[in-house]
Design a protein around this ligand. Sequence first.
Ligand SMILES: Cc1cc2nc3c(=O)[nH]c(=O)nc-3n(C[C@H](O)[C@H](O)[C@H](O)COP(=O)(O)O)c2cc1C
Length: 157
Amino acid sequence: MELKTDIFDLFDSRWALLTAGTAEDFNNMTISWGGLGTLWSKPVATIYIRTVRHTHKYLDSNEYFTLSFFPAQYRKTLAMLGSKSGRDIDKMHMEGLTPKAVGETVGYEEAELTLVCRRLFRQQIDPTKVPVRIAENFYDGDYPHDMYIGEVVEILS
Ligand SMILES: Cc1cc2nc3c(=O)[nH]c(=O)nc-3n(C[C@H](O)[C@H](O)[C@H](O)COP(=O)(O)O)c2cc1C
């Protein structure tokens, strides 16, 4: 497995589409916070998902998830999937996106890079352990983030 990329650019600038669930029942959402690294001697991806997200439920009830990265022309689609909830729209049938089974979970024909991840860990970020200047910005009355760490088991590009 090999990945050559600018990790800061990959999440913060390009954004990722997080997908969890099975081909029969999945949900997705856009994320821009995340990281790649090493833990327990495994290649891992770390993501931060507020507990209120519909996708949160799918992450907890499925062992696998994918992080998909798309060419620039999908920016509008990603912005939409990052502003509307799967509780209100059908994210399994989006115009312009072709879901495909990837192992036990789901990726997309249009993605130029897909990281297939197997959940290893979840923990809620405790706002009292975060510098006040950050907590005031991100946790003042808002739902907390759960941090998920997944082993990157496959890279499709
Ligand atoms: C560019 C962008 C980045 C985002 N990054 C995150 C993130 O890292 N974590 C998070 O919890 N929500 C993030 N969101 C918000 C979710 O994508 C958004 O609330 C989405 O509608 C949730 O969908 P769901 O309820 O179907 O899961 C981001 C939104 C956008 C547009």
